[in-house]
Design a protein. Structure first.
Length: 334
């Protein structure tokens, strides 16, 4: 009888191990908005470097027009990793009630010394010479509460100007902004990469100030995930992060810039020569370890609150979990 029980126990253990090993890889849907600028759009272009892909996890990049839709998808369990702007983290946590949201990794930063910072353009031959001259004018934004929108409002506030009282805000997509400025439908536009490099832009516009002038260093875009998903699928998330860092480092290696530009050309259907700036010092700063700058992010969140987009203060340390990226980095150092 004891022998029979022993055999049964052994078989049960073997069955349990078989079942565990036969479990399907964890599906990880990662959001992106801007092709090439967001890692999610080009990770699979170098899937040969993803050692764990298809084993412990599968990767499904999903494009979203903006972060509000990402927040909804996170809330509904339709997205695992969202690349949120600093300005929408607070909105997701406080306004959408995602108290279990966690910052897990970095994507890119604006305003780091020696790297690109977003610029705000006015007409080259127009009357606007200083920020205060925008009183009574129309300024463009891609969306109220976006990262570039918050920085713009912060700069105008420094000059004593407030929305509705002193200026009008008009929402319009980035691709239309140059024409809107040239046709004098607006008096100020935010110019982000790659639109700010458009030769036609340089013909009609000049920078009035930069995002760095407005709010200093910005941890512009970070990766976020919900705590229950991280806790349940921690091993797969570390595998995913390890692969992501390996791929990111490949893109950031100057020796691979030409091939990276060719990938960008294929993804965007534009000539490769237009991407000579990509992943160089002419680009935004991208941390090769994908570790976010929580000090800068805290400052950015404080400004978002000061401008009235959220009512409550947010301690970013309580909404961050860097253990996944830290564990992935330990593996890469071995």
């Amino acid at each position: 009888m004891r022998f029979t029980k022993w055999i049964i126990a052994i078989l049960a253990s073997v069955f349990a191990i078989s079942q565990a090993s036969a479990q399907a890889p964890v599906k990880i849907r990662v959001a992106w908005t801007a092709p090439v600028s967001n890692w999610g759009s080009i990770l699979l272009e170098k899937k040969d470097l993803a050692k764990h892909l298809g084993k412990s996890y599968t990767l499904e990049p999903v494009r979203y027009a903006g972060t509000p839709l990402m927040i909804t998808a996170l809330a509904n369990g339709e997205l695992e990793v969202a690349n949120l702007a600093y300005s929408t983290i607070a909105i997701a946590i406080k306004n959408a009630g995602l108290e279990d949201l966690r910052v897990i990794a970095d994507e890119f930063r604006d305003g780091v010394e020696g790297r690109y910072t977003n610029e705000y353009y006015v007409l080259k031959d127009g009357p606007i010479q200083k920020v205060a001259d925008l009183k009574g004018k129309v300024v463009a934004t891609n969306a109220a509460g976006s990262a570039v929108d918050v920085a713009m409002r912060a700069m105008l506030r420094k000059a004593g100007l407030e929305d509705k009282r002193d200026y009008t805000v008009l929402e319009t997509p980035f691709p239309t902004m140059r024409a809107m400025l040239a046709e004098k439908k607006v008096d100020l536009i935010p110019a982000v990469l790659p639109f700010s490099l458009d030769p036609e832009m340089k013909k009609v516009a000049r920078p009035l100030f930069s995002q760095r002038d407005a709010i200093g260093v910005t941890d512009m875009i970070v990766w976020t995930a919900r705590k229950p998903f991280i806790d349940k699928n921690r091993a797969a998330m570390v595998d995913f992060m390890e692969d992501s860092i390996r791929i990111v480092r490949w893109y950031l290696d100057p020796a691979n810039q030409k091939e990276a530009a060719e990938i960008a050309a294929r993804v965007t259907k534009q000539p490769a020569e237009r991407f000579g700036w990509l992943f160089t010092k002419a680009d935004y700063y991208r941390n090769p370890d994908m570790v976010p700058d929580l000090k800068a992010l805290q400052s950015n969140l404080n400004i978002t609150k000061e401008l009235g987009f959220v009512k409550d203060d947010i301690d970013v340390s309580k909404y961050s979990d860097l253990s996944v990226v830290e564990d992935a980095l330990k593996r890469l150092k071995q």
